[in-house]
Design a protein around this ligand. Structure first.
Ligand SMILES: C[S@@+](CC[C@H](N)C(=O)[O-])C[C@H]1O[C@@H](n2cnc3c(N)ncnc32)[C@H](O)[C@@H]1O
Length: 243
């Protein structure tokens, strides 16, 4: 267990929104984890092409995560390893990047990239479920997750965030990049949710109440960037453990 003290929060950069008294619910995810795994196995060879528009938001997330030399970082749902390579560069030879993903196809694709980049000695990737992380408590300085939390059904989101909190040092931070559900959904969000309900395997994620979920899991957002992708709100949130 880490004896590190939690870094003080800087209230000047907290951009909180009003948290409703009754927590609203995101649309449910009805496809199974086995279906998610099969889907991402299929997509793994050309995922970078179909998801190219997400890259700027991942880069922004990595920017506010601000990894330093020697840090240990975990990425949940690393996909083809788009963030893994940048993180391996940031932490240098004295740091460690760990990553878990449920898809064997994604694991193979990401491992190939890591080998080609010559950073295998700093990177440990494995095939696991984010709801049961194979790491000890307080193992990481930072956790990163992009376009992955919104793949989990409502009861599973707190489970995944609790796992993030468990493996994070008290002084650590988490950055989550996700489609986010605004208080009043516009046409793009409503259309997307409709498509998700009609085609739960193909359109397998949906916007979530990201800030609420982070607060509920014991994190304090300290930097929130709001963007839009194809008319859908994207939030890039850096948060620190409280208590
Ligand atoms: C939409 S992709 C995003 C990939 C990557 N983070 C990016 O932004 O490019 C979601 C990733 O989460 C993985 N995933 C889905 N369910 C998971 C689970 N239960 N545990 C771990 N990874 C999961 C998928 O295999 C996929 O690689």
């Amino acid at each position: 267990m880490s004896g590190a003290r939690r870094a003080p929060l800087n209230p000047t950069i907290i951009l909180m929104e009003d948290t409703p008294a009754v927590q609203p619910e995101a649309t449910r995810v009805t496809r199974s984890k086995a279906q998610a795994k099969a889907n991402y196995d299929r997509l793994s060879k050309f995922y970078d092409l179909i998801a190219a528009s997400e890259k700027p938001y991942i880069d922004l997330g990595l920017q506010i995560l601000g990894l330093e030399t020697g840090e240990t970082v975990l990425e949940i749902g690393f996909g083809t390893g788009r963030a893994i390579l940048a993180m391996a560069k940031a932490i240098g030879d004295s740091g460690v990047v760990c990553g878990i993903d449920i898809s064997e196809g994604m694991l193979a694709t990401a491992r190939e990239k890591v080998q080609q980049a010559g950073v295998s000695h700093r990177v440990e990737l494995s095939c696991e479920d984010a709801a049961a992380l194979p790491y000890e408590a307080y193992a990481f300085d930072a956790v990163f997750m992009s376009f992955t939390l919104e793949l989990f059904d409502n009861p599973q989101v707190p489970v995944v965030l609790a796992e993030c909190r468990r493996v994070l040092k008290d002084s650590g931070r988490i950055c989550v990049v996700a489609l986010s559900k605004p208080a009043h959904s516009g046409i793009a969000v409503r259309l997307y949710e409709w498509a998700h309900r009609q085609f739960p395997v193909l359109v397998d994620c949906r916007p979530i109440y990201l800030q609420n979920e982070l607060y509920a899991a014991g994190f304090q957002p300290v930097n929130i960037i709001k963007k839009s992708m194809w008319g859908l709100p994207v939030e890039i949130v850096l948060a620190r453990p409280v208590g």
